[in-house]
Design a protein around this ligand. Structure first.
Ligand code: AMP
Ligand code: MG
Length: 446
């Protein structure tokens, strides 16, 4: 079996929408060991789609098609595939009733235009779409099999799991390729590469790859064979790579964010975090609260963008702001302590920086960010100094890149500082663009 993917949608030929569905479909093909020989993108044009399908059938016998199954007149995938297969489209009462029932469950009447989604290609198998209205279709032809999936990524995902993967599993005899992954937040790509290089010979250089994006390095690795065999191999590979990367690995799950990992650690310890954000404008809070159940350990945060809010809502002394400026170690620490004390959390994080593009100076160039992590006062502190918070770590960093990147990196580093503290593994070492040292003096600016 050889596969081809066709992504349909005029928007995918423009500059503001990316075809990500084909990547998800490719992942399933890899898992079941089906080679992908080509991919295509076509606009919502019946003739164009039908011709592309004819062409793809000359190279592959499994065609995975997404998009263009919507209710509006611009969605013509069903008609185009029917034409390419030289079959009729028939209105299917059962499908229509199902769509009507879906609308009824939301207290709505089915709009007339949705009747188009009940048209089925002669002889096709209807694939249920519990996440939307347009059903998918599977057509077996003498040239091969065509799957039609909706373009909406979550709807596609549902059908991949319910329909495509079981179909592939039946035909692949179980052999295939599977990917494992480790994610690292606190090391530069080159350091990750250096650390894992000793394992390349035994794991197979071609089976391991390092992928970098801002603030996160992924080490991906593949194993082939029958499911049980390849999973055992993946576990061995993961253990070997973890041994080399150590505490730098924060997760082995593609879909797990650093904020979720930190949240789990806080929950397990019965501890909590409050945030005080200036240049990140609540992005840290957004990441933390994107994790369901985060109210267990996150009472909240203060977006203290102006000096007045830093003073009034966090108790940052006006004198500190006047003497050191808003982007400074003492202010970051006072923000963290203010959030911790006023919101009643175990830890406080303060972030203040120059995200750019304007506002930089020689002393504090664009990209300069101060991050402070504070915790409970040290055990044994005399009762008269026991009030307040103890500094766990301060870092002054200078992130390269644009405003968005500086802000993202700030949230990532703040979470990584806390993760490392909670694990008791010490602060981040050897990070190329984020030099810092524990509690105290400003570290060199990279
Ligand atoms: P459609 O099924 O063509 O009506 O598409 C519905 C939505 O899914 C649109 O907002 C598309 O932008 C999105 N979509 C369609 N095709 C893709 C694709 N190949 N990758 C990612 N998103 C897509
Ligand atoms: Mg479309």
């Amino acid at each position: 079996m050889r596969a081809a993917i066709l992504a349909i949608g005029t928007e995918l030929l423009g500059t503001d929408r990316l075809d990500t569905n084909s990547l998800r479909l490719t992942q399933s093909l890899e898992t079941y060991g089906v080679p992908l020989v080509t991919k295509a993108v076509a606009g919502d044009d019946e003739t164009q789609i039908a011709q592309t399908l004819d062409h793809l059938f000359t190279q592959a016998d499994l065609l995975l098609v997404t998009g263009g199954l919507g209710p509006t007149a611009d969605d013509v995938t069903r008609q185009a595939v029917a034409r390419a297969l030289r079959r009729d489209l028939c209105f299917d009462d059962d499908v229509a009733t199902g769509i009507e029932a879906k609308f009824a469950s939301f207290g709505m009447r089915m709009p007339q235009v949705n009747r188009r989604q009940a048209e089925v290609i002669d002889g096709a198998t209807v694939l249920a779409n519990p996440r939307g209205t347009a059903p998918g279709l599977r057509c077996d032809d003498e040239r091969g099999t065509v799957f039609l999936f909706p373009g909406v990524p979550t709807e596609l995902e549902g059908m991949i799991v319910a329909d495509l993967e079981p179909w592939l599993a039946e035909r692949s005899g179980g052999a295939g390729r599977e990917r494992g992954m480790l994610k690292v937040a606190s090391l530069p790509e080159s350091t990750v590469e250096e650390r894992i290089a000793p394992a390349y010979a035994e794991l197979g250089r071609e089976n391991v790859s390092v992928l970098a994006k801002a603030g996160e390095i992924r080490v991906q690795f593949w194993a082939a064979g029958a499911p049980a065999e390849r999973r055992q191999r993946l576990a061995q590979m993961a253990a070997r790579l973890r041994g080399l990367l150590g505490d730098a690995v924060f997760t082995d799950r593609e879909d797990e964010d650093l904020a979720a990992v930190v949240g789990d650690l806080l929950r397990r310890r019965g501890e909590s975090l409050a945030s005080a954000e200036s240049c990140t404008g609540g992005w840290l809070g957004r990441r933390i609260t994107a994790v369901a159940g985060s109210s267990d350990y996150y009472p909240g945060g203060v977006v203290s963008y102006s000096n007045a809010v830093k003073e009034d809502f966090l108790g940052v002394p006006a004198a500190l702001l006047a003497e050191h400026g808003a982007v400074s170690e003492p202010v970051a620490v006072a923000m963290a302590a203010g959030a911790r004390e006023r919101l009643g959390a175990t830890y406080g994080i303060g972030i203040t920086g120059v995200a750019g593009p304007g506002g930089g100076s020689e002393e504090k160039p664009v990209g300069t960010v101060h991050l402070a992590l504070v915790g409970p006062p040290a055990a044994g502190a005399r009762s008269e100094d026991a009030a307040g918070s103890a500094l766990v770590e301060h870092r002054r960093v200078r992130f390269p890149g644009d405003r968005e990147r500086v802000r993202w990196m700030s949230t990532q580093l703040a979470l990584e500082m806390l993760r490392r503290h909670l694990l008791g593994v010490g602060s981040i070492a050897g990070e190329g663009n984020a030099e810092g040292r524990r509690s105290g003096a400003e570290a060199g600016v990279a």
